[in-house]
Design a protein around this ligand. Structure first.
Ligand SMILES: Nc1ncnc2c1ncn2[C@@H]1O[C@H](COP(=O)(O)OP(=O)(O)OP(=O)(O)O)[C@@H](O)[C@H]1O
Ligand SMILES: [Mg+2]
Length: 219
């Protein structure tokens, strides 16, 4: 489902080039639950951003469901993101002035769903993460764990087959972290592909396989 062949990512910083990923090749199959581990600065987020079509590699080929996405235009990448990928970040990345309901509704608006369909889907998603009663709350009126559950509901809005989570429990207490992991576990059992970055061995142990990065290379 996700295949990297000789992926490099080079950031130009002032005068010099920083190689964040050097020759990464990997395969993640449909329905796999994979964790990505490695020291700070080893390239984990860079790797996730490329998998998620939020960034493009400097060299190499990236096949997503057999299609080389390395050469696609900005619009084509946006369309793939919308259909195929759901994102969860360490800092939740919710819109601060929007309610829980509005945050979850946003990807449905981008997808052109009509108002009735949107209402039904948002209610279903908020119910699934146990936060329908919190729908009028803004992010600042929710705990970290609640914000992350809203972020997960938003990630699922268009029912993507792949969920990318970059340290989803990094800012959470262990109880809220457990809630997020159990939701991710459910999504995996439903057949989704999950790729998750973590620094925590116990969290990584919930996945089927760990890919370790060191200095931009798979160890
Ligand atoms: N937009 C950017 N411009 C320039 N350099 C960048 C950029 N993003 C990341 N880097 C550099 O690329 C390297 C890899 O960064 P990355 O964020 O992928 O690491 P990480 O493994 O996610 O680290 P952490 O565990 O701290 O989140 C680092 O040296 C970082 O400074
Ligand atoms: Mg990172």
């Amino acid at each position: 489902m996700i295949e990297f062949r000789g992926i490099k990512k080079i950031y130009q910083m002032g005068g010099h080039a920083l190689e964040a990923l050097r020759d990464v090749s990997l395969n993640i199959g449909k329905g796999e639950f994979v964790s990505i581990m490695g020291p700070s600065g080893s390239g984990k987020s860079t790797l996730m951003n490329i998998i998620g079509c939020l960034d493009t590699p400097s060299e190499g080929e990236y096949y997503l469901e057999g299609r080389n996405v390395a050469g696609l235009t900005f619009d084509q990448l946006a369309s793939i993101r919308n259909r195929m990928l759901g994102f969860v970040f360490q800092n939740f990345n919710l819109l601060p002035y929007a309610t829980a309901w509005e945050n979850v509704e946003l990807p449905l608006l981008f997808n052109g769903k009509n108002a009735k369909k949107r209402r039904e889907r948002v209610a279903e998603l908020l119910e699934a993460v146990g936060l329908l009663d919190w729908k009028e709350h803004r992010p600042s009126e929710l705990s970290g764990g609640e914000q992350q559950r809203i972020a997960l509901a938003r990630a699922l809005a268009n029912d993507p087959p792949i969920i990318l989570a970059d340290e989803p429990t990094g800012n959470l207490d262990s109880h809220s972290g457990e809630e997020i992991m159990s939701l991710l576990g459910k999504l995996w059992k439903d057949g989704r592909t999950i790729v998750m970055v973590t620094h925590d061995d116990r969290i990584a142990a919930r996945s089927e396989r760990t890919i370790r990065l060191f200095d931009g290379q798979v160890a």
